[in-house]
Design a protein around this ligand. Structure first.
Ligand SMILES: Nc1ncnc2c1ncn2[C@@H]1O[C@H](COP(=O)(O)OP(=O)(O)OP(=O)(O)O)[C@@H](O)[C@H]1O
Ligand SMILES: [Mg+2]
Length: 251
Protein backbone atom coordinates (compact mmCIF):
# COMPACT_ATOMS: atom_id res chain seq x y z
CA UNK A 1 0.00 0.00 0.00
CA UNK A 2 2.56 2.60 1.20
CA UNK A 3 6.25 1.90 0.82
CA UNK A 4 8.87 4.26 2.19
CA UNK A 5 12.46 3.50 1.23
CA UNK A 6 15.69 5.01 2.54
CA UNK A 7 14.36 8.48 3.18
CA UNK A 8 16.95 11.08 4.11
CA UNK A 9 16.00 14.67 4.86
CA UNK A 10 18.41 17.52 5.37
CA UNK A 11 17.23 20.92 6.55
CA UNK A 12 19.44 23.62 5.16
CA UNK A 13 20.19 26.16 7.83
CA UNK A 14 20.15 29.74 6.64
CA UNK A 15 23.63 31.07 6.38
CA UNK A 16 24.58 34.62 7.21
CA UNK A 17 27.68 36.68 6.70
CA UNK A 18 28.89 35.81 10.18
CA UNK A 19 27.78 32.23 10.44
CA UNK A 20 28.72 29.45 8.09
CA UNK A 21 25.86 27.38 6.71
CA UNK A 22 25.30 24.26 8.77
CA UNK A 23 23.00 21.52 7.52
CA UNK A 24 20.88 19.43 9.81
CA UNK A 25 20.02 15.82 9.04
CA UNK A 26 16.47 15.34 10.36
CA UNK A 27 15.97 11.85 8.84
CA UNK A 28 18.64 9.32 8.01
CA UNK A 29 17.83 6.37 5.75
CA UNK A 30 14.34 5.62 7.07
CA UNK A 31 12.33 2.75 5.56
CA UNK A 32 9.02 1.11 6.43
CA UNK A 33 5.85 -0.20 4.90
CA UNK A 34 2.16 0.28 5.64
CA UNK A 35 0.24 -2.84 4.74
CA UNK A 36 -3.39 -2.92 3.65
CA UNK A 37 -5.89 -2.52 6.51
CA UNK A 38 -3.15 -2.25 9.10
CA UNK A 39 -2.27 0.42 11.64
CA UNK A 40 1.29 1.68 11.95
CA UNK A 41 2.61 3.93 14.71
CA UNK A 42 5.63 6.17 14.46
CA UNK A 43 7.16 6.69 17.89
CA UNK A 44 9.92 9.00 19.01
CA UNK A 45 10.69 11.80 21.40
CA UNK A 46 10.36 15.46 20.51
CA UNK A 47 12.60 16.37 17.57
CA UNK A 48 13.14 12.79 16.40
CA UNK A 49 11.70 13.57 12.96
CA UNK A 50 8.12 12.26 13.16
CA UNK A 51 6.32 15.27 11.69
CA UNK A 52 9.05 15.69 9.08
CA UNK A 53 8.48 12.09 7.96
CA UNK A 54 4.70 12.53 7.87
CA UNK A 55 4.97 15.65 5.73
CA UNK A 56 7.32 13.88 3.32
CA UNK A 57 4.85 11.01 2.90
CA UNK A 58 2.09 13.51 2.08
CA UNK A 59 4.38 15.28 -0.41
CA UNK A 60 4.24 18.47 1.64
CA UNK A 61 8.01 18.55 2.06
CA UNK A 62 10.85 17.76 -0.37
CA UNK A 63 13.49 15.22 0.65
CA UNK A 64 17.10 14.50 -0.26
CA UNK A 65 17.23 10.78 -0.84
CA UNK A 66 15.01 7.71 -1.08
CA UNK A 67 11.49 7.27 -2.38
CA UNK A 68 7.85 7.07 -1.33
CA UNK A 69 5.41 4.89 -3.24
CA UNK A 70 1.68 4.54 -2.74
CA UNK A 71 -0.01 1.60 -4.49
CA UNK A 72 3.20 1.04 -6.48
CA UNK A 73 3.25 4.57 -7.83
CA UNK A 74 5.84 7.16 -6.86
CA UNK A 75 4.29 10.13 -5.02
CA UNK A 76 5.94 12.52 -7.46
CA UNK A 77 3.77 10.97 -10.20
CA UNK A 78 0.54 11.85 -8.40
CA UNK A 79 -1.27 15.09 -9.16
CA UNK A 80 -2.13 17.29 -6.20
CA UNK A 81 -5.77 16.27 -6.54
CA UNK A 82 -4.96 12.55 -6.69
CA UNK A 83 -2.77 12.83 -3.62
CA UNK A 84 -5.39 14.63 -1.58
CA UNK A 85 -7.87 11.85 -2.44
CA UNK A 86 -5.28 9.23 -1.44
CA UNK A 87 -3.63 10.53 1.70
CA UNK A 88 -4.79 12.96 4.35
CA UNK A 89 -2.92 14.28 7.36
CA UNK A 90 -4.44 15.48 10.62
CA UNK A 91 -1.98 18.02 11.96
CA UNK A 92 -0.43 18.17 15.39
CA UNK A 93 -2.38 21.30 16.24
CA UNK A 94 -5.91 21.00 14.82
CA UNK A 95 -6.67 24.58 15.85
CA UNK A 96 -4.08 25.90 13.45
CA UNK A 97 -5.42 23.75 10.62
CA UNK A 98 -8.81 25.52 10.60
CA UNK A 99 -9.19 29.03 9.26
CA UNK A 100 -10.32 30.99 12.38
CA UNK A 101 -12.34 33.42 10.25
CA UNK A 102 -14.51 30.75 8.61
CA UNK A 103 -17.39 28.84 10.14
CA UNK A 104 -16.90 25.11 10.53
CA UNK A 105 -19.74 24.55 8.05
CA UNK A 106 -17.93 26.59 5.42
CA UNK A 107 -14.62 24.79 6.01
CA UNK A 108 -16.30 21.40 5.72
CA UNK A 109 -18.26 22.23 2.53
CA UNK A 110 -15.06 23.54 0.98
CA UNK A 111 -13.32 20.21 1.63
CA UNK A 112 -15.92 18.06 -0.19
CA UNK A 113 -15.12 16.81 -3.67
CA UNK A 114 -16.96 18.48 -6.56
CA UNK A 115 -18.31 15.13 -7.72
CA UNK A 116 -20.25 14.43 -4.55
CA UNK A 117 -23.95 15.05 -5.31
CA UNK A 118 -25.46 15.48 -1.86
CA UNK A 119 -22.75 17.30 0.06
CA UNK A 120 -24.85 17.84 3.17
CA UNK A 121 -25.65 14.16 3.53
CA UNK A 122 -22.03 13.23 2.85
CA UNK A 123 -20.72 15.61 5.52
CA UNK A 124 -23.26 14.33 8.03
CA UNK A 125 -22.18 10.76 7.34
CA UNK A 126 -18.58 11.65 8.25
CA UNK A 127 -19.65 13.71 11.27
CA UNK A 128 -21.63 10.74 12.59
CA UNK A 129 -18.40 8.74 12.63
CA UNK A 130 -16.90 11.24 15.07
CA UNK A 131 -20.16 11.55 17.07
CA UNK A 132 -20.99 15.08 15.99
CA UNK A 133 -24.06 16.67 14.45
CA UNK A 134 -24.27 19.32 11.78
CA UNK A 135 -26.86 21.41 13.69
CA UNK A 136 -24.52 21.85 16.64
CA UNK A 137 -21.44 22.90 14.72
CA UNK A 138 -22.07 24.40 11.27
CA UNK A 139 -22.54 28.05 12.24
CA UNK A 140 -19.79 28.08 14.85
CA UNK A 141 -16.16 29.14 14.55
CA UNK A 142 -13.11 27.01 15.45
CA UNK A 143 -12.43 28.85 18.74
CA UNK A 144 -15.89 27.91 20.00
CA UNK A 145 -14.89 24.26 20.38
CA UNK A 146 -12.81 22.36 22.90
CA UNK A 147 -9.54 20.74 21.83
CA UNK A 148 -11.15 17.30 21.72
CA UNK A 149 -14.08 18.54 19.64
CA UNK A 150 -11.78 20.29 17.19
CA UNK A 151 -9.74 17.12 16.89
CA UNK A 152 -12.93 15.19 16.02
CA UNK A 153 -13.98 17.79 13.43
CA UNK A 154 -10.48 17.67 11.90
CA UNK A 155 -10.81 13.87 11.59
CA UNK A 156 -14.23 14.23 9.90
CA UNK A 157 -12.83 16.81 7.49
CA UNK A 158 -9.94 14.51 6.53
CA UNK A 159 -12.45 11.71 5.86
CA UNK A 160 -14.38 13.90 3.39
CA UNK A 161 -11.77 12.92 0.79
CA UNK A 162 -12.31 9.20 1.44
CA UNK A 163 -8.51 8.81 1.71
CA UNK A 164 -6.85 5.41 1.54
CA UNK A 165 -4.34 6.55 4.14
CA UNK A 166 -4.87 8.77 7.15
CA UNK A 167 -1.90 10.14 9.09
CA UNK A 168 -2.70 11.49 12.54
CA UNK A 169 0.12 13.53 14.09
CA UNK A 170 -0.08 13.30 17.91
CA UNK A 171 -3.87 12.97 17.97
CA UNK A 172 -3.91 12.15 21.67
CA UNK A 173 -1.65 14.96 22.84
CA UNK A 174 -3.21 17.65 25.02
CA UNK A 175 -6.37 15.58 25.52
CA UNK A 176 -7.54 14.15 28.85
CA UNK A 177 -7.79 10.38 29.32
CA UNK A 178 -11.50 10.21 28.50
CA UNK A 179 -11.07 12.17 25.27
CA UNK A 180 -8.02 10.11 24.36
CA UNK A 181 -9.98 6.87 24.56
CA UNK A 182 -12.89 8.47 22.69
CA UNK A 183 -10.59 9.48 19.84
CA UNK A 184 -8.99 6.04 19.88
CA UNK A 185 -12.45 4.40 19.53
CA UNK A 186 -13.20 6.72 16.60
CA UNK A 187 -10.03 5.58 14.82
CA UNK A 188 -11.00 1.92 15.39
CA UNK A 189 -14.37 2.66 13.80
CA UNK A 190 -12.73 4.43 10.85
CA UNK A 191 -10.40 1.52 10.28
CA UNK A 192 -13.24 -1.02 10.32
CA UNK A 193 -16.02 0.90 8.56
CA UNK A 194 -14.13 3.09 6.11
CA UNK A 195 -11.31 0.61 5.44
CA UNK A 196 -8.81 3.42 5.90
CA UNK A 197 -5.18 2.58 6.57
CA UNK A 198 -3.93 4.58 9.53
CA UNK A 199 -0.56 5.96 10.62
CA UNK A 200 -0.39 7.30 14.17
CA UNK A 201 2.37 9.57 15.31
CA UNK A 202 2.89 9.66 19.04
CA UNK A 203 5.55 9.89 21.72
CA UNK A 204 3.46 7.54 23.88
CA UNK A 205 4.49 3.95 23.26
CA UNK A 206 1.71 2.55 25.49
CA UNK A 207 -0.92 4.21 23.25
CA UNK A 208 0.84 2.70 20.23
CA UNK A 209 0.77 -0.76 21.79
CA UNK A 210 -3.03 -0.50 22.10
CA UNK A 211 -3.76 0.28 18.49
CA UNK A 212 -0.94 -0.67 16.14
CA UNK A 213 -0.03 -3.69 14.09
CA UNK A 214 3.46 -2.34 13.44
CA UNK A 215 5.64 0.24 15.12
CA UNK A 216 8.51 2.36 13.81
CA UNK A 217 10.77 3.90 16.46
CA UNK A 218 12.86 6.96 15.57
CA UNK A 219 15.66 8.57 17.55
CA UNK A 220 17.35 11.72 16.24
CA UNK A 221 16.19 10.87 12.72
CA UNK A 222 17.54 7.32 12.82
CA UNK A 223 15.48 4.15 12.79
CA UNK A 224 15.87 2.35 16.10
CA UNK A 225 13.42 -0.41 15.28
CA UNK A 226 10.62 -1.36 12.89
CA UNK A 227 8.55 -4.36 13.86
CA UNK A 228 5.40 -5.74 15.47
CA UNK A 229 4.49 -5.22 19.11
CA UNK A 230 5.89 -8.55 20.31
CA UNK A 231 9.24 -7.79 18.61
CA UNK A 232 9.42 -4.43 20.31
CA UNK A 233 8.43 -5.66 23.77
CA UNK A 234 11.15 -8.30 23.62
CA UNK A 235 13.85 -6.04 22.26
CA UNK A 236 16.94 -5.52 24.37
CA UNK A 237 17.77 -2.08 22.98
CA UNK A 238 18.31 0.32 25.91
CA UNK A 239 16.42 3.18 24.27
CA UNK A 240 13.35 1.00 23.63
CA UNK A 241 13.38 -0.24 27.22
CA UNK A 242 13.60 3.35 28.39
CA UNK A 243 10.58 4.34 26.27
CA UNK A 244 8.54 1.47 27.68
CA UNK A 245 9.58 2.16 31.28
CA UNK A 246 8.82 5.88 30.93
CA UNK A 247 5.18 5.21 30.09
CA UNK A 248 4.77 2.91 33.09
CA UNK A 249 6.10 5.70 35.31
CA UNK A 250 3.51 8.10 33.90
CA UNK A 251 0.56 5.77 34.51
N1 LIG B 1 11.80 23.86 8.77
C1 LIG B 1 12.80 23.40 9.51
N2 LIG B 1 14.07 23.92 9.39
C2 LIG B 1 15.09 23.44 10.11
N3 LIG B 1 14.98 22.45 11.00
C3 LIG B 1 13.77 21.90 11.19
C4 LIG B 1 12.61 22.34 10.46
N4 LIG B 1 11.54 21.61 10.86
C5 LIG B 1 12.00 20.76 11.78
N5 LIG B 1 13.32 20.91 11.99
C6 LIG B 1 14.17 20.13 12.91
O1 LIG B 1 14.11 18.77 12.54
C7 LIG B 1 14.01 17.92 13.69
C8 LIG B 1 12.77 17.06 13.59
O2 LIG B 1 11.61 17.88 13.69
P1 LIG B 1 10.13 17.25 13.70
O3 LIG B 1 9.17 18.37 13.77
O4 LIG B 1 10.03 16.31 12.56
O5 LIG B 1 10.17 16.44 15.07
P2 LIG B 1 8.99 15.65 15.82
O6 LIG B 1 9.48 14.27 16.06
O7 LIG B 1 7.71 15.79 15.07
O8 LIG B 1 8.91 16.42 17.22
P3 LIG B 1 7.62 16.72 18.17
O9 LIG B 1 7.34 15.45 18.93
O10 LIG B 1 8.12 17.81 19.08
O11 LIG B 1 6.50 17.17 17.31
C9 LIG B 1 14.03 18.85 14.90
O12 LIG B 1 15.34 18.90 15.42
C10 LIG B 1 13.64 20.19 14.33
O13 LIG B 1 14.23 21.24 15.06
MG1 LIG C 1 5.89 16.69 15.49
Amino acid sequence: MLKVENITKIYKKESSFFKKEEDFKALNNVSFELEENKVLSIIGESGSGKTTLAKIICALLPFDDGNVRISNKDISDYTKQELSNTIQMIFQNPYASFNPKLTIGYSLYEAVDENIKNKKEFINEKLALVDMKEDDIFDKYPHQFSGGQRQRIAIARALLKNPKILIADEPFASLDVINQSLIMDIFYKIKEEQKTNIIFITHDISAAFKISDKILILQNGNMVKYGNIADIKQDNNEYIKELINATYLME
